[in-house]
Design a protein around this ligand. Sequence first.
Ligand code: PAF
Length: 285
Amino acid sequence: MSRPDVVTTVAELRTRVAAWRRDGARIGMVPTMGALHDGHLSLVEAARGGADRVVVSIFVNPTQFAPTEDLATYPRDLDGDLAKLAGAGVDLVFAPETGEMYPEGAATTVTVGGPAVGLESDARPHFFAGVATVVTKLFAQCLPDVAYFGEKDFQQLAVIRRLTRDLSLPVSVEGRPTVREPDGLAMSSRNVYLNADSRSRAPALYAALTRAAAAIGEGLPSEAAVAAAAADIAAAGFAIDYVEHRDAETLGRPEPGRPGRLLVAARIQEVRLIDNIATPNYRQL
Ligand code: PAF
């Protein structure tokens, strides 16, 4: 199966997309940092269904990593990624170098309030400005009609929806369900860091969220369900950054009758995992 074409400059990307657009094609984009797994491939499949042409970007974005984080060791395998995309119906891969994305002297950052405040931002204060800046740039570079993101990074999805609305970007943002391993662990490029012991404990995260969401559905108050989930997660050997029940759209306080979400971030063997689940009795987004 043939691999998708790869371009590395914004000029090449624009030329390719402009030609498709002249033919009346609807353009779908799947922004990624590579190290592709089935979760990314499900986004590609959704893009195939929702657009005529599909662009996947692969760029490990330095501005969303703090100096203490894993930028240097983040898994990179462009060749392996292109092999995974062969036959997946991707028309183009945009894989810029850092200098193409952030030219010398780049001095503009997109910062988002609202859903970007708290949760991930408490542990990673730099993170959403990096994500918001690179996603805004990717949208401006590619000008897709629709872009696809996984619900695994639920707060990120809320932030991208908000920035797209606030900046009047003409892109429809589509969230897609988390793809899981058979034991429930959410697929993530960082799962490769888990040793055998941590990997065997990791499904406890989703199991705890599932129990807590079911308990909320049976009428247990949100605070008690969250406390039980936190106890289960700690008992599995995790150090917890947060377990929270929030409104699924604003990420503020959950309100009955509105979509809700339980969200967790926890570390095991210094690997930070995040996950989330919709809560019953709260209308799904
Ligand atoms: O979710 C990711 O892979 C990244 O945060 C994104 C959205 C591609 C921005 O770098």
